[in-house]
Design a binder for this molecule. Sequence first.
Ligand code: EPZ
Length: 430
Amino acid sequence: MDLLRITGDTPLTGTVTAGGSKNAALPIMAASILATEPVLIERVPEVVDVTTLSAVLAQLGVEVKRQDDGALRIETVDSSPTRADYELVRRMRASFCVLGPLLARRRRAVVSLPGGCNLGDRPVDLHLAGLAALGAKLRIDRGYVIAEADELRGADISLLGPHGATVTGTANVMSAATLARGTTIIRGAAREPEIVDLADFLNTLGARIVGAGEATIEIVGVEHLNGGTHRVIPDRIEAATLLIAGAITGGNVHVKNARLEHLGGVLDVLDRAGAELSVSANSVSILMQNRPRPIQVTTCPYPGVPTDVQPQLTALATIAEGRSEIVEGVFPDRFMHVPELKRLGARIERAGHAAVVDGLRRLVGAELMASDLRGGAALVLAALAAEGVSLVRRIYHVDRGHEQIERKLARLGAQIERCRDQQPAKVGSS
Ligand code: EPZ
């Protein structure tokens, strides 16, 4: 296992480029099952979750190859397998996105239930209800969802759950509906840019989807989907994380490949925190001259502040000049990073689904352990701001969704290196 050794308290400066969106790429890769011809997907990040989904697809007779130009070429070479095993699905919940495409294309899907995860209880009831409304017969047997349908039929479906819309649930049902007979209306659909990107991809293959990005999506079913080429949108969560890295270190960072229209909620928070932002359509610069002002944040579905940036903003709040309140509105228990931030000296109290953070002038380096992807990124950011050396263990969580995080941060002047965990570096002030 790798860890990151970080010597903090250096303002980051310079230019860095965000990669392609992991959360757009994964459902697009899964939806490639629907195509009758090869598809090419450009700008898919080289992250562990993409490797995991490639293994799931291989199990389903779908070949995923990275070409010399970096694009992924995806082709179904055997359309008989229909089973995605627990061993792979448990590693990454997004594997569940193969359910809808498999069912629509092969009429049968046997996909392991993903189970809980470090963000808390994460049900898939809305995915299943949506597919059932399309006419699928579903049952659960020994931890697997078994879905069958000779034919899917268009339906009027609501996918709204107790915490708002479901992103991968919308992806699953929208993908399946492309091959249903007749018209499907999805109400309460997720409006995230990743859903728009999936719809754009499917439409490139010949699907007829309108309204993606709105709460109501209409899909007119077609007989089959062809091949095609698609370029994944830039990763708005990675861009936000890099901007917060600039803010938390009192630096001056220019992030390229950051789409302004996807970052509104986060930029508002950074602006209120006192950052000087300059924006263009495809890049954002951040300059932070003083300690951040305290922030009040409530995460919610798009276009609000994303839950995937909550841990990083909590890290920023630890050095703010006063008391911040961070309310988690999507995954109420997503606070695994809090005890680890406290190891750096941060003053944070949990209050139900919120964290109350009393900012300090200085965090002090310590040994830390990542327990999920964004929480791990938050620890890396806090370590960059902390005085002295920190070790962030179990960095594989961060590798699931960040392409070369230490290289990108090092390019901005961060003192950060990847080490094997057997030889832990000495911790202390440097
Ligand atoms: C997606 O997960 C993302 N994953 C997550 O990113 C992200 O945190 C999340 O959306 C919210 O934005 C991918 O895109 C691959 P949801 P997803 O279904 O689709 C409840 C990261 O770090 N719900 O939108 O699984 C659920 O419990 C990851 O990159 C139901 O009640 O999340 C939650 O409270 C982690 N029933 C809310 O909806 C369901 O059937 C939103 O979850 C499904 C969800």
